[in-house]
Design a protein around this ligand. Structure first.
Ligand SMILES: [Zn+2]
Ligand SMILES: [Zn+2]
Length: 234
């Protein structure tokens, strides 16, 4: 058996055909979730390999994309070619504007619901990348926050830099390490409660974002702001 045939057989042996016709991949995957095929000459992602053995060589720098939503699908009938897009154009192709003017990220989200974007060899959050491509670098330790409260929105006009964050992160750390009880509100210090009230009254930050910063639930933030908790602190 020729080496070429050998590689091809290995490719077919790793496929798992699903009910929807997708050819899933049961072999090794790279860090981006794509299956890959190793031959003597080179390593190729499984879907590109599938394209090559069914339709021939892929034009220089062209992308092989899928019409289905199965990330590791190699069914040649689910694949199509698209000319290479610049990094910039690829980013722009991954959001759609909704009726509120939010640019909703249509690609993968992380576990907290923020869009993720593959850049410079790693996954970064898409809204941070949007800030950087429009306004430049993000100062060390600062955060890019949403005015619109939509985590997977990448509209640069809906973003702002939170310059109070590093201080607060410190405060939260201190609050956590010096309180014995971890349940409910007891881990917040009076200073933190005051800070939450102050930040909220200044505007530009949502209750949910405050909850994230201080590590408490949005409902607890709401109770602080409306005075149902910690009302003795003005
Ligand atoms: Zn498919
Ligand atoms: Zn938005």
């Amino acid at each position: 058996m020729s080496r070429k045939q050998d590689t091809r057989d290995r490719f077919y042996s790793k496929l798992r055909i699903a009910n929807n016709g997708c050819w899933g991949w049961s072999g090794s995957k790279n860090e981006r979730g794509y299956g890959y095929v190793r031959s003597r000459k080179k390593t190729t992602t499984a879907h590109r390999y599938s394209w090559e053995i069914h339709f021939g060589e892929i034009p220089h720098r062209a992308c092989v994309l899928r019409t289905c939503a199965t990330k590791d699908c190699s069914n040649p009938d689910h694949l199509f070619l698209r000319p290479h897009l610049t990094h910039e154009a690829r980013f722009e192709s991954r959001w759609t504007e909704d009726e509120n003017g939010c640019w909703i990220w249509s690609d993968s989200l992380n576990s907290s619901g923020y869009g993720t974007w593959w850049d410079g060899g790693k996954n970064i959050s898409a809204h941070r990348s949007s800030w950087e491509r429009n306004f430049g670098g993000i100062p060390n330790g600062k955060h890019v926050l949403h005015k619109c409260d939509v985590r997977n929105c990448v509209n640069p006009n809906h973003l702002f830099i939170g310059d109070v964050f590093s201080n607060m992160a410190d405060m939260v750390e201190k609050g956590r390490s010096c309180t014995g009880e971890r349940n409910g509100m007891s881990r917040l210090s009076e200073d933190q409660v005051l800070e939450i009230k102050r930040l909220y009254s200044e505007g530009g930050i949502t209750q949910r974002e405050l909850g994230e910063i201080f590590g408490i639930l949005g409902g607890s933030v709401n109770r602080i702001i409306n005075g149902r908790r910690w009302s003795h602190i003005q």
